[in-house]
Design a protein around this ligand. Structure first.
Ligand code: GLN
Length: 454
């Protein structure tokens, strides 16, 4: 089978479902055909091709792609064509992945439903009256609907894992520092990650293989020996120790999700793993800490959008102050503004000590909780989300209720540890996600456990 044929059939699929699902903000057919032809030529000439040779892929629209529009689903960047590419995108191209386009998301990755996009509303492919989750909703729906073989997402507080759970696919947030964020438009620097969204765990390992590695262009990138995640993937989990933190099985959890997870624990026991209940006592602070830290960092990261260097610029102004003010008033949507205002507040004057600094101290306690558990266990098992995908439009007016929904995913970002969401059942035709968290840089074990469950 030729790369061009794979591409053609994927484009046909996009043609038939994209009207309903709306995963993409930009389609890059011409670029895709160029690449597919190049790969077919290599094959015809008996030249080696990369590990992702000819595989159609989609990239979240906050990851910079040279000469391809990168909007972050914001009006602010409606005209932003980056002059350079993110390291992850370059790595995927080097492995001969075929770029199909850029996927829809919540504006600047702020949200859990992709409804905060300035441009369009993505639907859940399993039921188009439901949200796909967010903020990487377009990436997850594209993979679930067969509009791409895999996609990249970003995850600051759950934005890869929660949409993966809602769309019935696999989503991995790697360890902080394992995958370069150079070229990712920052939301909150100490929490942002890039990771794969795939149909299954094997694909996840394959894509992770392609995107890991030290990058001197990202100051938080960490030097480590390269691991082949496919190598140990099928070794099974006999004797492995799985921790079940009771705080994550709280009263917010819906009954169908609880039931699916209890059945999953049974499956792991049958596979020879030891499952035991544990406690992560500081987990109850994770949401508060996440919102203080993320909003504070949002207010810093988004300060660069001033209408002068790139993106949207207001038309009518009489001085530079007005230029910046009108540009930001017009360019940012309500959720982004809400977070910038809150973040600026947490950091202003003495409040810095009371909020941002204190939140970082509690962040350390949350990390210590995990360290304690991992001295005795290999992975931690919990839900990805309290519920399955919710109704479109249902979460719009209540930011605080919405924030509650993120309760199960943010701790992994605060601790920097790897976390994966895999499908573990259905309720009323909608997928349920199970989340597994692992030790720092132990994606190998995490993927092995996830794979054993499939
Ligand atoms: N839903 C979370 C939020 O709104 C997480 C966002 C993300 O991971 N980018 O902040």
């Amino acid at each position: 089978i030729k790369a061009v044929e794979v591409l053609e059939s994927t484009l046909k699929r996009i043609d038939s479902v994209e009207d309903k699902v709306q995963s993409y903000l930009t389609l890059t057919e011409d670029i895709a055909f160029c690449k597919a032809n190049e790969i077919d030529k290599k094959i015809a000439n008996n030249k080696a091709i990369g590990e992702l040779g000819g595989i159609p892929m989609a990239i979240k629209d906050n990851i910079c792609t040279e000469e391809i529009l990168t909007t972050c689903a914001s009006k602010m960047l409606h005209n932003f064509i980056p002059p350079y590419s993110a390291t992850v995108y370059e790595k995927l191209l080097m492995e001969d992945g075929v770029m199909l386009g850029k996927t829809n998301m919540d504006e600047f990755a702020m949200g859990s439903s992709t409804e905060n996009s300035f441009y369009k509303t993505t639907k859940n492919p399993w039921d188009i009256s439901k949200v796909p989750g967010g903020s990487s909703g377009g990436s997850a729906s594209a993979v679930a609907a067969g509009e791409a073989f895999f996609a990249l997402g970003s995850d600051t507080g759950g934005s890869i894992r929660q949409p993966a759970a809602f769309c019935g696919v696999v989503g991995l947030k790697p360890t902080y520092g394992l995958v370069s964020r150079y070229g990712l438009v920052a939301m909150a620097n100490s929490l942002d990650h890039i990771g794969p969204i795939t149909k299954d765990v094997t694909d996840c390992a394959l894509v992770l293989n392609a995107i890991t590695g030290y990058d001197s262009k990202d100051g938080t990138s960490i030097k480590r020996d390269k691991i082949d995640y496919l190598k140990t993937l099928n070794e099974g989990i006999k004797g492995l120790r799985i921790a079940i933190p009771r705080e994550y099985f709280d009263e917010n959890l819906s009954e169908p999700v609880r039931k699916a997870l209890i059945e999953a624990i049974q499956v792991f026991e049958n596979l020879g793993a030891v499952c035991e209940e544990v406690s992560l006592p500081n987990t109850k602070y994770a949401m508060a800490v996440y919102y203080i830290i993320s909003q504070s960092e949002v207010s810093l990261a988004l300060a660069r959008f001033d209408g002068i260097r790139y993106g949207h610029r207001a038309l009518n102004y009489t001085n530079i102050e007005e230029l910046v003010k009108y540009t930001r008033s017009e360019g940012f949507g309500p959720e982004v503004k809400r977070r910038i205002v809150l973040g600026t507040h947490w950091l202003s004057g003495d409040k810095y000590k009371e909020y941002y600094q204190k939140a970082n101290e509690v962040r350390k306690l949350i990390k210590l909780d995990f360290n304690n558990i991992f001295s005795n266990y290999d992975v931690v098992l919990m839900p990805t989300s309290a519920t399955t995908a919710f109704e479109l439009g249902s979460s719009q007016e209540k930011p605080l209720a919405r924030e509650k929904l993120d309760g199960y995913t943010v701790a992994a970002n605060l601790a920097g540890i790897p976390a994966i969401s895999i499908p573990c059942g259905f309720d009323k035709g909608l997928p349920i996600g199970m989340q597994l968290m692992g030790k720092d840089f132990d994606e190998e074990t995490l993927l092995r456990v996830a794979r054993a469950f499939e």
